[in-house]
Design a binder for this molecule. Structure first.
Ligand SMILES: CSC[C@H]1O[C@H](OP(=O)(O)O)[C@H](O)[C@@H]1O
Ligand SMILES: Nc1ncnc2[nH]cnc12
Length: 306
């Protein structure tokens, strides 16, 4: 279970529904680290940009989409990426739109999350251990990373020229699923201020925060959920209609920005904001903390559990 540093792989990409590979990049190898929380959703692909820059790609639901959102092994996914040396995670997700102006095919970068998961997913690396920690999560996405992304994704969408717009500073609701929302729930989320809805951003974003990784989400809109009075409600068939084109555009976005993102990680300017954030979130060392638990946590937070 030793960490498997891959030299210079600083950026991890998590692909959601429809985005199971970055086949516009060159395949290098698969790695499948065994973490204290098990194996990731699928082997992680190490791939290279034309410049030679390497990135790690992970399909959230497995390559053949065999894992439902509630069953995604998020702790293993985040721990495995960190074990490779990853510092920042760019995650993609297929989402429903709760706003008229966010059309299917549009992209959005959220800045806030409303948690509507049902407590059935393990949400912390500390869960089940004798160590207690309370990570700050007021701003659930890495702020500088998100801002950095906005202008670059905007440029890629403009140059793609297929009319996809970028929406920023949005609130995403994360529901449990796997069934979609009722019409009443969908309307309630709008009343709460929700703009987007998915089933996957949590606990992924929380675990990235606990692991001190910068995490940002590119939400790719597939449907209008079920809030529109005189329109049909969301169905999987509706979602599938835009998954392919959204995935193609996501691959373009990734290929266009990952070199610069890797450089930013190397220079340590925008992607260090989470580093050190757990130092005062973890309850002080006590003799009641079990050594086996501290060893487990060392896998993701070596600095605090040495
Ligand atoms: C296929 S529709 C519902 C499913 O799609 C989204 O997955 P992901 O976030 O991994 O792209 C959504 O969160 C649900 O899991
Ligand atoms: N309407 C919706 N609700 C939840 N997750 C989704 N993923 C894509 N569309 C969705």
């Amino acid at each position: 279970m030793a960490s498997e540093q891959q030299g210079n792989v600083l950026i991890g990409v998590i692909g959601g529904s429809g985005l199971y590979h970055l086949d516009n990049l060159s395949f290098i190898k698969h790695v499948n680290p065994e973490t204290p929380w098990g194996h990731p959703s699928s082997p992680i692909t190490i791939c290279a940009l034309p410049s030679g820059t390497q990135v790690a790609f992970l399909a959230r639901h497995g390559i053949g989409h065999t894992l439902s959102p509630s069953a995604v092994p998020c702790r293993a996914n985040i721990a495995a990426l960190k074990s490779l040396g990853v510092r920042a995670i760019l995650a993609f997700s297929a989402v429903g739109s709760l706003r008229e102006e966010i059309a299917p095919g549009d992209f959005a970068i959220p800045s806030q999350i409303i948690d509507r998961t049902k407590g059935i997913r393990p949400t912390s690396f500390f869960e089940g251990t004798s160590v207690v920690a309370h990570a700050a999560f007021g701003d659930p996405f890495a702020i500088k990373f998100t801002k950095w992304l906005e202008e670059r994704v905007q440029k890629v969408l403009q140059s793609a020229g297929n009319g996809s717009k970028l929406h920023t500073d949005k609130v995403i609701v994360c529901m449990e699923g796997p069934q979609f929302s009722t019409r009443a729930e969908s309307k309630m989320y709008r009343a709460w201020g929700g703009d987007l809805i998915n089933m996957s951003v949590l606990p992924e974003a929380k675990l990235a925060r606990e692991a001190e990784l910068s995490y940002a989400l590119i939400a790719t809109s597939t449907d209008y959920d079920s809030w529109r009075e005189h329109e049909g409600y969301v169905t999987a068939a509706e979602v599938f209609k835009t998954l392919q084109t959204n995935a193609e555009l996501s691959r373009k976005v990734a290929a266009s920005i990952l070199d610069e993102l890797h450089e930013a990680a190397e220079e340590g300017d925008i992607l260090t904001e989470e580093v050190g954030s757990m130092r005062f979130s973890i309850m002080p060392r006590s003799e009641k903390q079990k050594e086996e638990d501290r060893e487990k946590l060392r896998y993701v937070l070596a600095d605090y559990f040495s």
